[in-house]
Design a protein. Structure first.
Lengths: 204, 154
């Protein structure tokens, strides 16, 4: 029971922390000059989830245990910061060695399931030249996604068809499923992400 | 003979009324309107800027500067621009999954409109504006039937 309480407090804390940040740097806020990216070190557990990947297959988060996971939240028709986040992840992926690619997985979780069907995500991945061996683009039902957004403390607010305000979060989860680093902002610093994932990779 | 002349006169009258109406609708549709402004503000302004000069609030953060419409749009045909909006390019999103054909057309018109600001436009560009405006008329409302392309899109 006490463990549940601790878990509950952790999630509330994370949600508060990130939602507060989201007010300052929400994606899709029109005409907003870009705020600098904020890097926060945290140590919070993440819950397992099940979504659908770009190929229409079921994706289970717990299957990535033992790997360092970079989780970004974006949507394909975003006219704001999401393209910068995805481009940053593409750069991260291109800088990984063959050995590192086996132990690091990238995830892009949509914040707009209405538009981002697996087919749309496939086109998006292709446009960015994403290697799908260690990068999955995830969608799912609104309910399934809501619990993932809440789990990572991402605020999502639909403004219209293909227009969504959301916390621009790029999170790094360690081998044990603990959320360790949160980048909140438009374009996470590629060397900083690489540095963080390599140091988490070195941990046992 | 007399009845034939009356019929012909009626046909000419009807035709001229139709032509007049079409011309009014075409000219009315050539300017900038609220729909165009809304779609541009929501989806394009952040990078392309208020005047389409590639100086939006996000432009400085992009790896490649967005184009100045006044220098690039003139050389492109409408189908080409429509395709760019629908499929995206570089970091520009593919808007087709989120926008209707008429919204993409509004975006195209706005891009054309901004590209003409502050420069001399040739006769064919004026003609082109008429063609684009013609395409964006809600014909189903004007004529009372559904436009085939709109139906297909749905």
């Amino acid at each position: 029971m006490s463990a549940l309480w601790v878990w509950g407090f952790c999630r509330i804390g994370l949600a508060f922390l990130l939602s507060f940040a989201s007010l300052a740097g929400a994606a899709s806020a029109p005409h907003s000059a870009l705020k600098p990216v904020e890097r926060r070190q945290v140590n919070l557990p993440t819950a397992d989830f099940s979504l659908t990947d770009q190929g229409g297959k079921i994706f289970q988060f717990k299957n990535l245990r033992g790997k360092v996971v970079v989780v970004a939240f974006a949507y394909t028709t975003c006219p704001d910061v999401c393209p910068l986040i995805t481009a940053a992840l593409r750069q991260v992926q291109s800088k990984l060695t063959v050995e590192e690619r086996k132990n690091i997985h990238l995830l892009t979780v949509t914040t707009d399931p209405e538009i981002d069907l697996p087919k749309v995500l496939t086109g998006y991945a292709k446009r960015y030249g994403a290697g799908l061996d260690n990068w999955s683009f995830l969608t799912g039902s609104e309910t399934a996604l809501k619990s993932v957004w809440q789990n990572f403390g991402v605020g999502v607010k639909r403004q219209g068809r293909g227009l969504v305000d959301h916390t621009p979060l790029t999170a790094i989860v360690d081998r044990h499923g603990m959320l360790r680093v949160a980048f909140i902002g438009s374009s996470p610093d590629v060397p900083a992400i690489l540095n963080d994932i390599r140091s988490l990779l070195a941990e046992r | 003979m007399h009845s034939f002349r009356v019929l012909r006169l009626c046909a000419v009258k009807r035709l001229s009324v139709h032509c007049g109406l079409v011309l009014i609708v075409l000219l009315a549709g050539c300017g900038r309107n609220e729909r165009m402004d809304t779609v541009y503000t929501q989806r394009c302004l952040n990078c392309h800027g208020v005047s389409g000069r590639g100086d939006g609030p996000m432009a400085a953060s992009l790896p490649v500067a967005p184009p100045d419409f006044r220098q690039t749009v003139e050389k492109k045909g409408n189908p080409q621009i429509r395709r760019l909006i629908a499929d995206g390019k570089g970091l520009m999103p593919a808007f087709e999954p989120a926008l209707s054909a008429s919204e993409i057309n509004d975006m195209l018109q706005m891009v054309r409109f901004l590209s003409r600001e502050g420069r001399q436009i040739s006769w064919w560009e004026k003609f082109d504006a008429l063609v684009v405006a013609h395409c964006s008329i809600p014909w189903e409302a004007v004529l009372g039937y559904d436009e085939p392309s709109a139906e297909k899109k749905l």
